[in-house]
Design a protein. Structure first.
Length: 236
């Protein structure tokens, strides 16, 4: 069946909602700017950055049979979170409900209501299957199965001064005590000490590493016990 979407872990069918039309599968537009140069044909294209893409809108046309549930449906379909669609299984998008939802009768005398939900999606499609990988020895490889670079969360367990090499990235860590977390999605380095994280940005030198599609070499110097990598595999 192709008549569902999943919003923040809840199937629309749990609310008696069924999908009439799934959103098209699209490739997000790369973020660029163009400039006309005097004396030159065409235009000069400038990239905003390496693999920077725009968000896109995924409209889902639905029908609901039990009109007594419209208030709780409206309460459920708001804010931001994760959305998955029946026509693109195996992953999800980070999204926000972007529109005012209007419930219209399909036919006169028919109690069923139709409506469209516009999900404003971030460009990357995240894999459901992205288990944490633990690396115990320097010189290992981790394979990115996605078509886009991965913004991983790496927990380094060790002590002292550490040089970490992840693919083409080199990260210097100074005077590590116990462990440090390199959170690339948030661009933050921290350690967990009690209920609140402790900022460790001053301990780190270098860029937050990305895992590029294909094989990525993982190595280090210094006293490292293990790396735990939450990879967050994704496609574009």
């Amino acid at each position: 069946m192709n008549d569902w979407f999943l919003w923040n872990g809840v199937y629309c069918t749990d609310y008696g909602i069924h999908v009439l039309n799934q959103p098209d599968i699209v490739r997000p537009a790369e973020r660029i700017s163009t400039e006309k140069v005097f004396g030159r044909s065409g235009a000069l294209t400038k990239l905003e950055g390496d693999a920077v893409f725009d968000e896109f809108v995924a409209p889902v046309e639905c029908i609901v049979r039990d009109t007594s549930r419209l208030r709780e449906i409206s309460s459920w379909l708001h804010g931001e979170g994760k959305v998955a669609f029946a026509n693109r299984t195996g992953g999800f998008f980070y999204a926000r409900v972007a529109n005012q939802i209007e419930y219209a009768k399909i036919l006169r005398g028919n109690p069923h209501r139709s409506f469209t939900v516009n999900f404003r999606c971030q460009p990357f499609f995240y894999h459901d299957d992205s288990p944490t990988e633990t690396i115990l020895e320097s010189g290992a490889f981790i394979m990115n199965p996605g078509t886009a670079s991965s913004e991983s969360v790496i927990t380094v367990t060790g002590s002292g001064d550490i040089t970490l090499m992840v693919g083409q990235y080199v990260v210097e860590l100074e005077d590590v005590t116990g462990s440090i977390i390199l959170d690339t999605p948030r661009m933050e380095a921290y350690r967990v000490d009690g209920p609140l994280p402790v900022n460790q940005n001053a301990v780190m030198t270098g860029e937050f590493p990305l895992l590029l599609p294909g094989a990525n070499a993982i190595s280090w110097t210094g006293n490292v016990v293990s790396l735990a990598i939450q990879p967050n595999w994704r496609d574009i």
